[in-house]
Ligand binder design. Structure first.
Ligand code: 3EB
Length: 364
């Protein structure tokens, strides 16, 4: 199964995508694709791939060896679209900068970095994070792609404590130090992000950046993450609830990992239905805020692609049923088994939405 996310509806053929990407407009779309479908793709699609993020036990085949691919070995609980391809106008060959592999076109860049932690250091995750983010910002400064739209962060043992500090909090320290060292704001206009844990492996970060700025969208129901009080760690997380990228061919809304947090507190501990409903209320609030900001365009919860991170595999059906209540019937979603960055959070949901200005290509 392939779903080209066109906002208006999910396309299952390449034609509409090709029409869009051959235009002189800057185009950014994603396609969520199953591994068998990816395996049977041929060039036109893959030439437009800036990069990919995949999940599950199997590493995708069928991407050219050249395409930056972040493979995160989180078990898939449900949904077959394990690979998220990011498609733009024709891209360059993949390039390397330090530990980063990236591909870009005139306007957009997708990069991935994987760093093993120094097993002898007690603050190894903090160090790896600072190093990864410093490398990323140095590359973007060098190439003139100043704006990051989205970060994906995956790390081993996110809730474990070392050197007296939970590893997610170490990650926040390293991330914020790198932002500051590279002259970046740590409040206000921040990229969207997610941060999840898995059993083992290196720190893995993917990022999507570009030449034009995006707009940070915050959630009126939540304290902005960069302003969390110190109870949640010595440094606040550096991300916005969503980022809105306005391109001539349509808008892209990157909704950050979203959880059952109101104000800055976790609600409904030990209650997975309650947490799911609260999480979805937060996502709806973010969508409403994005619609308010864009004024004339409409993002619709039924038209989003969702990735759902589930702490306890047995909770998946309950979460899926709540999500389907929001989206109407079938939700375009993949469910992954992951650790969430607060011990008391049972799930986190992220989403991507598109509003398409070039509606004329739709249905042709
Ligand atoms: C939260 O709202 C839940 O540290 O980059 C969500 C999305 C969360 C991104 C991050 C953390 C991050 O605080 C956790």
């Amino acid at each position: 199964m392939i779903r080209y996310n066109f906002g208006i509806r999910f396309e299952t053929s390449l034609t509409a995508y090709k029409k869009l990407s051959d235009s002189s407009y800057t185009v950014l779309r994603n396609a969520n694709i199953s591994l068998p479908a990816l395996h049977h793709q041929r060039e036109p699609l893959l030439q437009h791939a800036l990069g990919a993020i995949s999940f599950g036990a199997a590493v995708p085949k069928g991407l050219s060896a050249d395409t930056p691919l972040l493979h995160v070995s989180m078990p898939i609980l449900s949904g077959d679209m394990a690979c998220e391809l990011w498609l733009g106008n024709a891209a360059t060959a993949t390039e390397q900068h330090g530990n980063i592999r990236y591909r870009r076109n005139e306007d957009l860049l997708l990069g991935i970095i994987e760093l093993h932690e120094d097993a002898t250091a007690t603050t190894s995750l903090q160090q790896a994070t600072e190093s990864a983010y410093r490398q990323i910002f140095a590359l973007l400064d060098k190439l003139g792609f100043p704006s990051v739209y989205r970060f994906w962060n995956y790390m081993a043992d996110i809730n474990a404590v070392s050197n007296g500090l939970e590893r997610y909090r170490q990650f926040n320290l390293g991330r914020q130090d790198a932002f500051l060292a590279c002259g970046r704001d740590v409040a206000g206009e921040l990229p969207s992000a997610c941060a999840l844990g898995l059993a083992e492996g290196p720190l893995q970060v993917a990022f999507l950046a570009g030449r034009i700025p995006a707009q940070a969208i915050e959630n009126p129901r939540q304290v902005n993450a960069y302003a969390y009080p110190e109870d949640y760690g010595p440094r606040s997380p550096t991300f916005s609830r969503a980022s809105l990228l306005q391109l001539p061919a349509g808008e892209v809304l990157f909704i950050s990992g979203t959880a059952s947090i109101v104000g800055h507190r976790t609600l409904h501990p030990h209650d997975v239905s309650g947490q799911t409903r609260e999480t979805l209320a937060n996502i709806e609030a973010v969508i409403l805020e994005a619609n308010r900001v864009t004024d004339h365009r409409r993002f619709d919860p039924a038209q989003l692609f969702y990735r759902v991170y589930v702490r306890h595999a047995a909770d998946m059906p309950v979460i899926r049923d709540e999500l389907c209540r929001l989206t109407g019937k079938h939700a375009n979603a993949v469910f992954l088994h992951a650790d969430i960055c607060r011990e008391d959070l049972l799930l986190e949901i992220e989403a991507t939405a598109f509003s398409c200005a070039l509606t004329s290509m739709d249905g042709q």
